[in-house]
Design a protein around this ligand. Structure first.
Ligand code: MG
Length: 267
């Protein structure tokens, strides 16, 4: 008898649940926003190849997208760091960056002296490049660190001679007219497929000898690659400028049930 009672309760519960489901299927929520259709981007043949809307900064063939690069040599399909840091001719605000790099082999030096370079967003904010494979240094100066601000969440380094990838998602800082900070820079970064920085809020620039600070600068800036005296190799560098999705609130949000439109209270 008790068992039967349970079974009956169960059936009622199922019936209620399914009627709730069919009601929610009949009714649709519409937010009233007319979105601009997202642009079609043809992905690269692999996830590391440049998609159709990328600015290719280095494709293995020439240095025409870089300034001050006379002392950086092309060797095969890669670019070898030489005397003097280089900057891209193109400038970017919010962007997605893909870059591949390889530490010198056999490894030379130790700590900060082993295959040190850096990817400078807007030529100001350094994402550290360093051979951090079996090479101790201060954590906020190892590969994948925002230099002197935060270590990466993991050390995803491949061994010297192997190629590393950085995929970087950059939100540029914004400044007010009077030079004060409107909103900070944020970075998300993936090192060899491993998330190492997750929407990290930068405290400012990344110098060696003083605390970070923000100083008003242009909305866009070049990508910089650091010369730290080590022959770090780079290849397959591309950037996608990012812009926010667009849409306008064409009408108030509402519910639709068949032909019936139902306003949402309070909206
Ligand atoms: Mg560096």
């Amino acid at each position: 008898m008790k068992r039967l009672k349970h079974w009956t309760l169960f059936s009622v519960a199922v019936a209620l649940a399914s009627s709730a489901t069919s009601a929610s299927w009949a009714q649709e929520y519409l937010n009233g926003i007319e979105w601009k259709e997202p642009a079609i981007v043809t992905p690269g043949a692999t996830n590391s190849a440049p998609p159709s809307d990328a600015v290719v900064l280095f494709d293995g063939k020439d240095k025409s997208h870089w300034k001050n690069a006379d002392n950086w040599k092309i060797d095969g399909d890669h670019l070898v760091a030489g005397r003097g840091s280089i900057v891209s001719t193109d400038e970017f605000g919010d962007c997605q960056v893909h870059i591949e790099w390889s530490a010198a082999t056999p490894p030379k030096g130790s700590g900060q002296g082993r295959s040190n370079s850096g990817v400078f967003l807007m030529n100001i904010y350094e994402l550290q490049v360093l051979d951090s494979y079996d090479n101790k240094t201060y954590s906020d100066g190892q590969a994948g660190a925002i230099y002197k601000q935060t270590p990466p969440m993991a050390n995803a380094m491949r061994k010297p001679g192997d190629w590393n990838t950085y995929d970087i998602f950059w939100t540029a800082p914004r400044f007010n007219e009077d030079g004060s900070l409107k909103s900070p820079a944020y970075i998300t970064a993936v090192h060899n497929g491993v998330l190492i920085l997750n929407h990290f809020e930068l405290k400012g620039d990344t110098p060696f000898n003083r605390p970070p600070e923000y100083k008003k600068h242009a909305a866009k800036g070049p990508i910089g690659l650091q010369d730290h005296g080590d022959p770090v190799r780079f290849r397959n560098i591309w950037v996608r400028p990012l812009s926010p999705v667009e849409g306008k609130q064409a009408r108030k949000p509402f519910l639709r049930n068949g032909d019936k439109e139902i306003p949402i209270e309070g909206k």
